[in-house]
Design a protein around this ligand. Structure first.
Ligand code: NAD
Length: 274
């Protein structure tokens, strides 16, 4: 009975999910996790090689996966993938905009072309892909859009100016989608991960000073894993979140709340023993 009730509440069975950036560190785990509970995963990424291995991983676990090479900065490429998915399934129930990049540089060091590239991939793409998918969702009178933001939408690190601006933009854009498209039955929410350990961020966690800097700013004193973003994404994709729209959900192990405490006096500091 419990399993049945849970399934009824959170099931993604037969939901057609279009995910950008699906072959990356976070996207890969989200794609596998969603396919693992019944989603028809339409995985989109610019990396053909990454898509191939994702496809194999999902199918090895018994899930359904279809791959589409998509460059989120190219309108024709976006439309081709959306049209192909529309033709194949007749619907897109969930859009997860995951694709994103960063290049850490001080404000004065950022070249205009770097600025444009980060803006295009992180922010303009969310605008373009969502606009390409929205007409199908409008026709269905139902859809859930999940945009991956970042805690950098709110709290900043040095050298992330353009990245942070794009993520603030993603959260703002999410609100506009929620406001304008509610009458079409479309919900839009942002999910903002904190510091997540992926193959690309491993080097930062291993760095002699930066790893400690980050741990000090997280109440749980550790990076999150891509799998730890899955729960909120499943909730927002499923009908369990039918009244949730226009918000930004932070998953950061206690980072924005203040991070690890300073060295205050208390008899109740855990010392590691039983
Ligand atoms: N890793 C973190 O700590 C962290 C924290 C907060 C937010 N995020 C956000 O999560 C998302 C995923 O991050 P990640 O750590 O998995 O990064 P990642 O680099 O592992 O994955 C990004 C994916 O996007 C794809 N991509 C890049 N440019 C593309 C393009 N033009 N068209 C289509 N696909 C393209 C890449 O091929 C890659 O598969 C990003 O939006 C990132 O900003 C990550």
């Amino acid at each position: 009975m419990i399993a049945e009730n849970l399934e009824k509440l959170f099931s993604l069975e037969n939901k057609v999910v279009l995910m950008t950036g699906a072959a990356g560190g976070i996207g890969r785990e989200l794609a596998k996790g969603m396919a693992g509970i019944g989603a028809i995963m339409c995985a989109c990424d610019i990396s053909e090689k990454g898509l191939k291995s994702l496809d194999e991983e999902i199918k090895a676990e018994g899930g359904e996966c279809h791959t589409f090479v998509m460059n989120v900065t190219d309108q024709a490429s976006i439309q081709a993938a959306v049209d192909a998915i529309g033709e194949k399934f007749g619907r897109i129930d969930v859009l997860v905009n995951v694709a994103g990049i960063n290049k850490r540089e001080g404000i004065m060091d950022v070249l205009e072309e770097t600025y444009d590239r980060i803006m295009d991939i992180n922010l303009k793409s969310v605008f373009m892909v969502s606009r390409a998918v929205a007409p199908l969702m409008m026709k269905q009178h139902k859809g859930s859009i999940i945009n991956i933001g970042s805690h950098n939408a709110t709290a900043m690190l040095g050298g992330c100016s353009v990245y942070g601006a794009t993520k603030s933009g993603v959260v703002a854009l999410t609100r506009s989608m929620a406001v304008e498209w509610a009458e079409w039955g479309i919900r839009a929410n942002a999910v903002s991960p904190g510091h997540i350990l992926t193959p690309l961020t491993q080097v930062t966690w291993d760095h002699p000073t930066r790893g400690d800097y980050l741990r000090d700013r997280i109440a749980m004193r550790r990076p999150g894993t891509p799998e730890e973003i899955l729960g909120i994404v499943v909730l927002l994709a499923s009908d369990a979140s039918s009244y949730m729209s226009g918000s930004n959900y932070v998953v950061d192990g206690g980072c924005l709340c203040g991070g690890a405490p300073w060295d205050f006096d208390s008899a109740y500091r855990y010392k590691g023993e039983e």
